[in-house]
Design a protein around this ligand. Structure first.
Ligand SMILES: [Fe+2]
Length: 354
């Protein structure tokens, strides 16, 4: 299977993964053959790309990632909890919501610990209207994987997961008009947006069921190491390790899963931007940990090689992620197999749609 944009799918191609709508309801099941009617339905639901099973990618299956079903359930839980907390419009909370969040995080922990090779893989499962919830769930998975790689204790990782999943909860206090505005924000609107960490912290600060570590993540996730962040312009050691992890994962996920498909970057492009632009702002050691947990070229990804040839990834290489085993594409068919570990002068230049 491989990811394809809606503009490029062909009639009759089979869906390799189910697609969900903005209410986490199944829109189209796995193995459905795409008709024009279905493609129109996907476009109306704001789905930008889907996993398909085509001749080129037949039999290729990505492994070792957090199951979609768990991700969908976590997105649905985040949505419910965010709504519930925002509708109360007071500092009170529901213990039940917090329990649900902790339950989802515990399930993610179990997946991560059961398989030490679990990697983060970007998913395109639902419409862009779910962006905030989808983003929150993905930042939680990513942050926990990074924390696991840093060998932090499971108690600590659980608190990081809860903080990461709730990091943007303060956005529920900002009107949809400002949140979803396409044009440039006015200075006042910009200022309001910058208050979301404080809003979120205020929503949770009296909640004894959420640890201070998780709350600190909500309050400080936009601080930068060089003091250029907000709201407190903290710098260096003033920013704790758990906050640094979530900040980096938040930015990575935001740039790699842009709401508009055209502006979306592949994992390798997003990592490159983070490397060059965030030298002074983000923690370099954590960046290297992130490199180890992001599946840069999942099986089924079509890539351009430095030789100018197109190839499809058929086997990942956990020890050197940028050097997977690929098969060259000739006449739109899979040809010779090349293990990039054996050909060190050949490298992948970019991910392409195919
Ligand atoms: Fe934020």
């Amino acid at each position: 299977m491989r990811l394809k944009s809606i503009e490029n799918v062909a009639l009759g191609e089979m869906l390799a993964k189910p697609v969900y709508d903005d209410k986490c309801q199944l829109l189209l099941a796995k193995n459905v053959a795409l008709t024009q009617n279905y493609i129109d339905r996907l476009m109306r639901a704001n789905i930008h790309c889907v996993y398909i099973e085509d001749e080129l990618s037949a039999g290729l299956e990505a492994e070792n990632f957090v199951p979609d079903e768990l991700k969908i359930r976590s997105i649905s839980t985040v949505r419910q909890v965010f709504k519930e907390l925002s509708e109360r419009k007071t500092a009170t909370y529901s213990i039940k919501s917090v329990d649900q969040i902790k339950h989802v995080i515990d399930e993610m922990m179990a997946v991560i610990y059961d398989n030490p090779h679990t990697l983060y893989c970007m998913t395109e499962l639902m419409g862009s209207d779910m962006y905030t919830y989808h983003h929150s769930a993905e930042v939680a998975v990513l942050s926990m994987l990074v924390a696991r790689n840093m060998k932090l204790s499971d108690h600590f990782i659980q608190k990081i997961g809860v903080g990461a999943i709730l990091h943007d909860i303060g956005k529920m206090r900002i009107s949809g008009e400002v949140l979803n505005k396409q044009e440039t924000l006015t200075p006042e609107e910009n200022q309001l947006m910058k208050e979301h960490p404080q809003f979120g912290y205020d929503m949770l600060k009296d909640n004894d069921f959420i640890s201070p570590i998780s709350r600190q993540i909500v309050l400080l996730h936009h601080e930068k190491l060089n003091g250029s962040g907000y709201p407190y312009k903290l710098s260096g050691d003033q920013i704790p390790i758990h906050v640094r992890i979530v900040t980096l994962c938040d930015i990575f996920n935001a740039i790699s899963s842009n709401r508009s498909y055209k502006d979306r970057l592949s994992a390798d492009e997003a990592l490159e931007i983070l490397r060059t632009e965030a030298v002074y702002e983000l923690d370099r050691d954590i960046y290297y940990q992130l490199l180890k947990v992001v599946n840069i070229y999942p099986v089924g990804t079509v890539v351009m090689l430095s030789t100018g040839e197109r190839a499809i990834v058929i086997k990942e290489n956990p020890d050197a992620q940028t050097r997977p085993t690929v098969q060259l594409i000739k006449d739109n068919k899979r040809a010779e197999t090349i293990n990039l570990m054996d050909y060190l002068t050949i490298f992948i230049t970019k991910t392409i749609e195919g």
